[in-house]
Design a protein around this ligand. Sequence first.
Ligand code: C2E
Ligand code: MG
Ligand code: MG
Length: 906
Amino acid sequence: MSVLAMLATAGAAIGLLLGARRHTGAVARGYRWLGGAALFWFAGLIITQVLGPLSSSGGQLSLADVAPLLALGTAAAGVMVLAEDEKRTDNGSVLPGLADGYVMAVALLVIDWVVAFGGEFHHSGERPETFLLDLLHPLADLAVLGALLPVLTVAWRRVVVPYVGLMALTFADSLGVSARLANSHQGILEQLAMIAAACLFGLSPWVEPVFKRLDRFLWRDQPRSADGALGGLLSGRRSPVTNAGAATIIASVCVVIAALVVIINGLASAPASGLALVIAGGAAVLVVAVRILMLVHENGMAMRMWREASNSLRDLADRTGDMVLICDLDGTISYASPLVSSFSYAAEALIGKPLSDFVHPEDIGAAQAAISMVIGLPEDAALALGTTPDTLAQPDDGQAAGGPHDGRFSCRVRAADGTWRHVECAALLYLLPNEPPRMLLSVRDVSDQVALRQQVTHLTFHDGLTGLPNRAYVEERAREALEPAPERVAGVIFLDLDGFTAVNDLVGHGAGDLVLAQTARRLRAVVPAQDTVARWGGDEFAVLIENAAGPQEITELAERLAGSVAGEPFRVADRDVGLTASVGVALADESAPGVVLRNADVAMARSKDNGGGRVEVYAAHMHADVVRRLDMASDLQRAIAREELQLQYQPIVELATSRVTGAEALVRWWRGGEAVSPRAFLAVAEDSGLIVALGEWVLRKVCAQGAAWRDASWDVGVSVNIALRQLNAPHFPAQVAAALAESGLSPSALTIELSERMLVEDAGLIADRLAELRDLGVKLAIDDFGTGYASLAHLRQLPADIIKIDPSFISGLGQDPVLTMLTKTIVQVGRDLGMQIVAEGIEEPRQLAELREMGCGYGQGYLVARPMAAPGVEALIRTGTGDSGKSAGATAPDVNGTAKPGVRAV
Ligand code: C2E
Ligand code: MG
Ligand code: MG
């Protein structure tokens, strides 16, 4: 039998040494150690075999005892080496493990004692010290088993087979002690245990992969937790216990068995007097052991819940819309959730990198402040992000706004493509049992919101068409730029394009927008970069000058701005559109910024009133003018609504016969009993748009009057003056048609007077309108001819039936040869073109004589008749017709039309 044991130990040595080759590193080394242990056992058996009875000299250690002890030590070292890798992950304390090991060893000893050799010792009568030497081997075995218990629970896959081998060895040694005490030979059981132990050792390197597979099967789809796999094995897939727990369970189970053995043995053999003691003591040990088991279970449950929570946190981190990072307190990233891919990073690539590599340098201060508040370690936090602690005291006040007190902060982080993204972060302290404290960062990408906010801000303060700042921006900026300050000269320039509405009508709104965009570029090119050019609204622009050398510099800039618009035409829709600008300048003074802006606007309006294309510098009286005009506009509106306006008619006579052929309607307004100059209130009406309502009223009245005269069988026509804005009003031709239809006046009896300037300058814009009017059958007259620079050569292109020569020509007749010659030419050309010629403003008989001589057909003027109320005209017509066109003694009426109407003898 001992030969078999020798063969088994030799085989174990070979199996271990060969099996070690299948492994690497610490595992291979561990199996080699175990191989060494098997060789010692082999040697021990040889020595025992050779020395025979000498090998066991009673009461003293023999050479045969040394080899197994060496084998045991080597085996223990081998098991430790085997578990080396796994032990590194176990950060628990050593003491509880050793205590468990000790308890287990003692419990096993008790069992051994009671079961194997306690009885023999009593019978042998051997001295205790000699007996202790006999126990050397089992005791040493038990000590090793106890010491290796924590190792077993940590790396059970690797060490369970050699450990069970050690247990078999212990059993064999115990039986050996029993046999020695009984002075009998090695029993079969001892031999078999020895052989089993050797086989287990020899097989251990070969069966380890089986355990690995088993482990993988048991833990399939489960994240490996740090608790011992043995614990897992004990309780199914999810262990409720820890490494230490598993060791305590094993120790406690051994204690329970030992207690039961003691009790049973006590019941069987103890004297009656000691029975109660044995039962009480054994029961107490049992209760303690059971209680320990319960505590271990509860601890396991608590640990499980903790880990479940931790696992849930990981699951959440993987699925939530925020990125989650777990970092060591030194700022090194140890976990990154998969969502970091949205910043083009692979999660694994971030592991081990410092956080500070990704945070914008300007935002690190705020991030540190927030994190250190949460972690409570300012110095460490400073290190964590790789900057000095000084920055903690000065959180960044720029981008990284946030409340550091609750661990929240905003910052910019670099994505893998190099772009900076805006994120909102929340930092938490992250604690796990048996692990060093870490921090958990949730990171939310708010780049889109930030971009949207910036876009909204941009839109709020910028004009979409020109890209310039808008009115809101100017008003905001003006608060600072125009604040009264003695040491600097500041000012505002307002610029408005003249006749831009007409441009829109001519080329369309899309092309009109292009003109505005071009204007913006031209203005921006003229104004120094540090000053603001803004679109105030519509075709109005504002320029803020914050620091000029003097007022002169600002007015010169205003001139340059006007020049940049008028200098060259705008090219849009395949046309060249020439434009001028009305420019107003106001210098900052003691007034509030808002007032300075308004002053520039007033100056610009003044420039526009004065014909546009010029620069006006604000003067105090301008404001009074504006107020006056506003008052006038509101009074006029009321007067129109109440039909308080009146019409006078100035007769137009045929010069050859003095017959009244027509009458020009002229509107009159008595404001508070005082006559207002038509040119004054008509300008206000045109500016304010009231001209449209006013004109419609005039048109209806005039048509009705004309119809009444014609109903009385008088062959007279009526003329009505039309302003540009009126002509361009959407339904003007329809209005004319309606007035004609309503009154029943023949269209040919209505003459529409348009100023020559209008016909020449806005020809393109009004051509269609004029065609529509002509289609109605009304006549068109060119009013104030000679003032609008229409060349005589172009006269034939003007779509008119009548030419009204401006009074400025008539006044010089007979005195100024040039004017006389020009008038003569106009009359001649007009007659050649088949047009009627009306001379306006005839005041002197000599003028009349000249005109007659030239062959001018018709005339109008104070000499002939002043504007008068309709009845006056009727009296004249009657007189004129009654006297075959030769009326005499008519006096010019005053503006009220109260004087006796009439036609001076001509
Ligand atoms: P206009 O169409 O050229 O009208 C003639 C103007 O010359 C009238 O001035 C008339 O009173 C004045 N006038 C007539 N004969 C003489 C004369 O011998 N000597 C002098 N110095 N002046 C003479 P008024 O009434 O002040 O009208 C001024 C302008 O107002 C008119 O010029 C016309 O363009 C415009 N206007 C008048 N009524 C209306 C109206 O109802 N609608 C529109 N849109 N414009 C009107
Ligand atoms: Mg007129
Ligand atoms: Mg006129």
